[in-house]
Design a protein around this ligand. Structure first.
Ligand code: ADP
Length: 262
């Protein structure tokens, strides 16, 4: 399988900070692979995701997306490259006063002329695709509802559909379930996993919950102080690995799918 994304020696120090937020981060992601990123608050998980689509400029290193070095790209080239990167946010980033359908169609804006974008001239093919995705995610009946009127779980599902409308090769999900109740969180994680598997879209998802990462991802990248301290199978993550990632004994953990005391 092909590498969709490759990071080589990526470091980031924000201006005004002494300590780097990312240090020599290296890993690659294959087509359709689902990666969970875990680590304590401040470990650099968000910075990592933001560097991958250059919302944050890495200080050093190279990032390749679909075999093209995005760290070398100019503004216009980057705009095109970003169309293949779907973003899913903790707070959904929907336009609350617009309908579900309008929010979803925003996923197509990167593919349209400025005039068509301003007037909302979406193609019939795109509208049909949107309806199919809304149906698959159980949202079709809500398509004319204002985004503001939805529950958190429904909003996040709209966020997922909008990201899929971009026809991404990779989804970057920054704490996608941090604002959801456990039942909605499960629905959202299942959707992300199932849709990525079905459409062979790679996914990098930052998560607070180790057990969720172990259950829904193929591979885990564990970060501490800006460094990758674990990069391996989600099911192989041991109590020792977790201690290295979180820098302290973890108390009750879920190891190998069973509850265990570390
Ligand atoms: P995480 O997502 O794992 O909580 P972050 O990537 O948000 O970690 O932060 C990593 C480190 O970078 C932290 O020390 C944080 O204070 C710092 N940091 C993050 N964003 C900025 C910023 N815009 N300016 C300065 N420092 C930042």
């Amino acid at each position: 399988m092909e590498n969709i994304l490759e990071l080589k020696n990526v470091s980031k120090t924000y201006s005004g900070n002494d300590a780097p937020s990312l240090q020599n981060v290296e890993f690659s992601v294959k087509e359709g692979e689902i990666i969970g990123v875990i680590g304590p608050s401040g470990a650099g998980k968000s910075t990592l995701l933001r560097c991958i689509n250059r919302l944050v400029e890495p200080s050093e290193g190279q990032i390749y997306l679909e075999n093209k070095e995005i760290t070398k790209m100019n503004h216009k080239q980057m705009k095109y490259a970003r169309r293949r990167v779907g973003m899913i946010f903790q707070h959904y980033n929907l336009v609350g006063r617009l309908t579900v359908m309008q929010n979803v169609m925003h996923g197509r804006l990167g593919y349209m002329s400025t005039a068509d974008a301003i007037f909302g001239n979406y193609s019939e093919v795109d509208k049909r695709h949107a309806l199919e995705l809304l149906e698959m995610t159980g949202l079709k009946e809500f398509r004319y509802h204002k985004a503001n009127d939805l529950s958190g779980g429904q909003k996040q599902r709209v966020g997922i559909v909008r990201a899929l409308m971009q026809e991404p090769c990779i989804l970057l999900c920054d704490e996608p379930i941090a604002s959801l109740d456990p039942a909605s969180a499960r629905v959202v994680m299942e959707l992300i996993r199932d849709l990525c598997r079905e459409k062979q879209i790679a996914c990098i998802v930052n998560l607070h919950q180790v057990d969720v990462a172990m259950e829904y991802t193929d591979r885990i990248i564990g970060m501490n102080s800006g460094k990758v301290v674990y990069n391996g199978g989600s099911k192989e993550l041991s109590g020792e690995d977790l201690e290295r990632i979180y820098g302290k004994p973890m108390g009750e953990l879920i190891v190998g799918g069973e509850r265990a005391n570390a």
